[in-house]
Design a protein around this ligand. Structure first.
Ligand SMILES: *[C@@H]1O[C@H](CO)[C@@H](O)[C@H](O)[C@H]1NC(C)=O
Ligand SMILES: *[C@@H]1O[C@H](CO)[C@@H](O)[C@H](O)[C@H]1NC(C)=O
Ligand SMILES: *[C@@H]1O[C@H](CO)[C@@H](O)[C@H](O)[C@H]1NC(C)=O
Ligand SMILES: *[C@@H]1O[C@H](CO)[C@@H](O)[C@H](O)[C@H]1NC(C)=O
Ligand SMILES: *[C@@H]1O[C@H](CO)[C@@H](O)[C@H](O)[C@H]1NC(C)=O
Length: 486
């Protein structure tokens, strides 16, 4: 009798104290709207890993292995999903379903208690979870049939999520856009090419607005919210950026694109974004007013076949690294890395592989080299401790052709000219105009190695337009030049 009442008491406690947001958990946009800061005002560089099915497909031992690995590589955010793309009839590793009777207003407590445990464990290792409350699937399925979350219940669902998970940045609805059409039909048009009749769209904006209103009601006005768009893959609506749909909404506090995993040649009628030009959507977001922190929140995954097709090679570490440097130097507030087998937590014998890359256990692919190299992108920015929050993109530093795709050069600098940095994906000699640096002071020059985060001295005593020749060159031999006023 006594024992069971203690158990009941503990049960209630664990329920009531499910997720108590630590005071220093929230991040928010910096004063200039370009970056994230912690509660204390310290710069927070978003270094995210994509772990969509983390809550769903791993048991707690495995969650710990995963988080330890990511924490050791400097990741400070993991993207993970509440109501997953696998649907509400797919149980987690404990056998629990997310909802009772598939009703988004009736969460199944044990499922979310497990999520609480994972969120807590991640924080213990210095990792915040950016949560997707519900995958796009719950708003509509790919052929545009309405899902279980709609304008009548989205607010209740959002309110529940907001109350339960305050402080976690939210990617409202994932891998879709609020103007949707029949994807199956568009895909078959794309495959056959040629002319098509105009698509008719369904406008799901009211569902997004209701869910966002619910989140804010549940967690308060500091809720950090974006949407996670698809890659741009059909014409006719706004382009696939969170701000293109919701730029006029108060609830949108940070911006996001998905440059995705494809590099199809521009092939009318469907203008897929080329994943090797992920810097272009970043430039578009950077140019949008009001300023919001911008992220390429799904760039080509390491070890995913180009275009998701096994006939192609897969994106490797240097592809991923180049895309991430290009996005960050073009003004992104950080980077989101992903590995194809890790985002889905593929376990041979237990799950069906997505087929978009070679089927290798997540436990092997957490060790892919790109995952270790992402931390150096954060390092080269935060090492400019004078002013990482005053950083702006500035292509005018580069003299001449900046190249495209995997050879595109990018430059960024302190707004007051205390430092500048240029990323080259090829190591070929390039010319820059150093006129934006403060004059009359000693300037040190160094080569930063994207493979290990080390600096080597760069001999330079010049001013004005100068040619810089990196230590080595070749396809995918990348370097960062850093000039800093002492
Ligand atoms: C987690 O799953 C792995 C295999 O998939 C197993 O070896 C391990 O014992 C499990 N741990 C727990 C706590 O269930
Ligand atoms: C939302 O879904 C519920 C449950 O299926 C339904 O009763 C309600 O009418 C729907 N509301 C809208 C606006 O479609
Ligand atoms: C979507 O398009 C496919 C292919 O054209 C078609 O078979 C299917 O019926 C369409 N679905 C809806 C709901 O319109
Ligand atoms: C990665 O792939 C590119 C081709 O996209 C190739 O040039 C490069 O050598 C590869 N890098 C590594 C480290 O294998
Ligand atoms: C690449 O390096 C070689 C050897 O140092 C040098 O001769 C060549 O000019 C470099 N190429 C470019 C494009 O900088």
């Amino acid at each position: 009798m006594r024992l069971s009442s203690i158990a009941l008491y503990l049960g209630l406690l664990s329920h009531v104290f499910a997720w108590q947001m630590p005071d220093d958990y929230p991040i928010s946009p910096s004063g200039n709207g370009r970056h994230f800061v912690t509660k204390k005002g310290d710069p927070f560089f978003w270094q995210a890993d994509t772990g969509w099915l983390l809550f769903h497909r791993l048991n707690l031992t495995q969650v710990e292995t995963y988080l330890d690995d990511r924490a050791s590589k400097g990741f400070n955010i993991v993207l993970a999903v509440g109501l997953t793309q696998l649907g509400d009839e797919d149980p987690n590793r404990n056998g629990d379903l997310p909802l009772l009777n598939g009703d988004p207003t009736k969460p199944n407590e044990p499922y979310w208690e497990y999520i609480d445990t994972v969120v807590q464990m991640a924080w213990g290792k210095g990792i915040r979870i950016a949560m997707v409350p519900a995958w796009g699937y719950y708003v509509h399925v790919s052929n545009n049939v309405a899902g279980s979350i709609n304008a009548s219940n989205a607010k209740d669902f959002g309110n529940w999520i907001g109350k339960r998970y305050p402080g976690l940045p939210k990617l409202l609805v994932a891998d879709t856009n609020p103007y949707w059409t029949n994807k199956t039909a568009v895909s078959s048009d794309y495959t056959s090419g040629g002319v098509h009749s105009p698509y008719s769209f369904t406008d799901y904006i009211p569902v997004y607005d209701e869910m966002a209103a619910g989140l804010i009601e549940g967690e308060g006005a500091n809720a950090q919210i974006t949407t996670h768009s698809t890659n741009q893959w059909f014409e006719g609506g706004p382009i696939a950026l969170a701000s293109a749909f919701f730029g006029n909404k108060q609830w949108l506090t940070f911006d996001s694109s998905q440059s995705g995993h494809s590099n199809y040649a521009p092939n009318a009628p469907i203008p897929w974004w080329n994943a090797a030009k992920g810097y272009e959507p970043v430039e578009l977001m950077y140019a949008t007013k009001p300023a919001r922190p911008a992220l390429d929140n799904e760039a080509h995954y390491e070890n995913r076949y180009i275009n998701g097709k096994p006939i192609n090679p897969y994106w490797n570490a240097s592809d991923v690294r180049t895309g991430s440097y290009q996005a960050v130097f073009s003004g992104a507030a950080g980077l989101t890395y992903g590995a194809d087998n890790v985002m889905q937590f593929y376990i041979p014998g237990l799950f069906t592989p997505a087929g978009s890359g070679p089927a290798i256990s997540w436990a092997t692919d957490i060790h892919l080299p790109g995952s270790s190299q992402m931390q150096y992108i954060k390092k080269v920015i935060l090492d400019r401790s004078a002013s990482p929050l005053n950083r702006i993109p500035d292509q005018s530093i580069i003299v001449g052709d900046t190249g495209t795709d995997g050879t595109h050069l990018v430059a960024t600098r302190d707004v007051d000219g205390k430092w500048l940095a240029v990323y080259t994906p090829t190591g070929a000699a390039f010319t820059i105009d150093t006129g934006k640096l403060q004059t009359g002071k000693k300037i040190t020059a160094s080569w930063f190695d994207p493979l290990d985060g080390s600096y080597a001295r760069c001999v330079w005593n010049g001013e004005g337009k100068s040619v810089f020749t990196p230590p080595t060159n070749g396809t995918h031999v990348d370097w960062v030049l850093v000039l800093e006023v002492q």
